[in-house]
Write a protein that binds this ligand. Structure first.
Ligand code: SF4
Ligand code: SF4
Length: 375
């Protein structure tokens, strides 16, 4: 049975960037409050993955959602990570672990995580994960099957041609990446429309980078909708597109949740005039030197020098985009008290091999070191 996207809510709750308390632990009471607000507002889609929040996200879903709401009242999606599998038996091992962690009994959507060109996709093929997922579907453990995707439009086209059983695909889509040659949101969107496959949207606000901008850029939007946040424009851009089932937002505090609910409860697709404003914003943003890191933190755990890469970029962006030298240095010095400096980078390349944004991290570390480390 193919997926009926009219039954899915337009706003999904991404469980990747959950709020933390002062001890850097996930703030479960706050997550529960956010889940309640979200459900009460009429939305019910939760997106997690085996690796999110260092493996804790699925257990938080159990505490905040599964134990507190009837199973049929919400959609739950999780994902299988190819890069954490050392043999074919790990498919079931991880899957059973996920059932245990979430206590959900079954998954409404089950996705192969972060399919990409090269070894990643070959790994999913080698372990026969497509056929395996179909068996899980027959057993009633998965309702719908798909994958999340960070590769090229050509690979997406190839997979959808070879695997008509795929029901849905999660892609990174936002207005700044529409024509970005490293992401190609626009081309990925076209491929999915051509194959008539509905989509889930991740990074609609590009890890928060489209939620704020230099005052002159923000003004372009404020002049048209003074009451609307920049994030709401980004969410409306994604949700206005045909074929989009659900737009995921990794809401990390209650204020963000409130803003997103306002956007989606009174949803208005972008008008032609607003589309033109977005095009103008893109032109202005493309001239800005901001590093487009989404803070997904996929690169952090494997760094042998314990460099908090996205936080280093945050400091560098404060310098690059706003020229705020003191603020950048203060933030950086506080950061490196307990982690590696940019100067510690040994150019091993681990981070670049996992970065979904394909950032030249080694080169950026050199720049960060030059700008931020003591001479
Ligand atoms: S290249 Fe540098 S920043 Fe990247 S993982 Fe290696 S040491 Fe860490
Ligand atoms: S550098 Fe890449 S992998 Fe690391 S947090 Fe940023 S976007 Fe994610």
């Amino acid at each position: 049975m193919s997926i009926d996207i009219s039954k899915m809510p337009k706003l999904g709750f991404g469980m990747m960037r959950l709020p933390q308390n002062e001890n850097k632990e996930i703030d479960l009471p706050q997550v529960c409050r956010m889940v309640d607000t979200y459900m009460k507002a009429g939305f019910n889609y939760f997106d997690t993955a085996y690796m999110y929040c260092d493996g804790r996200s699925e257990s938080v879903v159990k505490e905040a959602v599964v134990k507190r709401y009837p199973r049929e009242s919400f959609w739950l999606t999780t994902k299988l990570p190819q890069w954490m599998m050392n043999g074919i038996e790990d498919r079931d091992k991880i899957f059973n672990d996920q059932l245990e962690r979430t206590g959900a009994g079954y998954f409404d959507l089950y996705l192969l995580h972060s399919v990409e060109d090269g070894a990643n996709y070959e790994g999913y093929v080698k372990y026969d994960c497509f056929q395996w997922a179909m068996k899980k579907k027959e057993e009633g453990k998965i309702r719908h099957f798909g994958f999340s995707f960070h590769g090229t439009p050509e690979l997406l086209d190839q997979i959808l041609t070879e695997h008509p059983e795929v029901e849905i695909v999660q892609i990174q889509l936002n207005y700044i990446d529409w024509n970005n040659p490293l992401i190609q949101s626009g081309k990925l969107y076209e491929v999915l429309r051509r194959h008539n496959v509905p989509m889930l949207i991740m990074e609609p606000v590009k890890g928060g980078t489209l939620a704020q901008a230099a005052p002159e850029i923000e003004k372009l939007m404020k002049d048209v909708r003074p009451e609307s946040s920049m994030a709401s424009w980004a969410l409306r851009f994604a949700a206005s597109l045909d074929g989009v089932a659900t737009v995921l937002s990794g809401m990390s505090d209650e204020a963000q949740m409130e803003d997103n609910l306002n956007t989606f409860q009174n949803f208005e697709p972008l008008t032609e005039k607003e589309q033109e404003v977005i095009r103008e914003v893109v032109r202005a943003m493309e001239k800005m030197p901001t590093i487009p890191c989404t803070s997904c933190r996929y690169c952090v755990d494997g760094c042998p020098q314990s460099i908090q890469i996205p936080d280093v970029f945050r400091a560098l962006n404060t310098l690059r985009s706003f020229g705020e030298t003191d603020r950048a240095h203060n933030y950086y010095e506080k950061l490196v008290k307990n982690s590696g400096r940019a100067a510690d980078c040994i150019a091993c390349g681990q981070c670049e091999s996992v970065c979904p944004q394909h950032l030249p991290i080694i080169q950026l570390m050199e720049e960060a070191s030059k700008e931020l480390d003591p001479k």
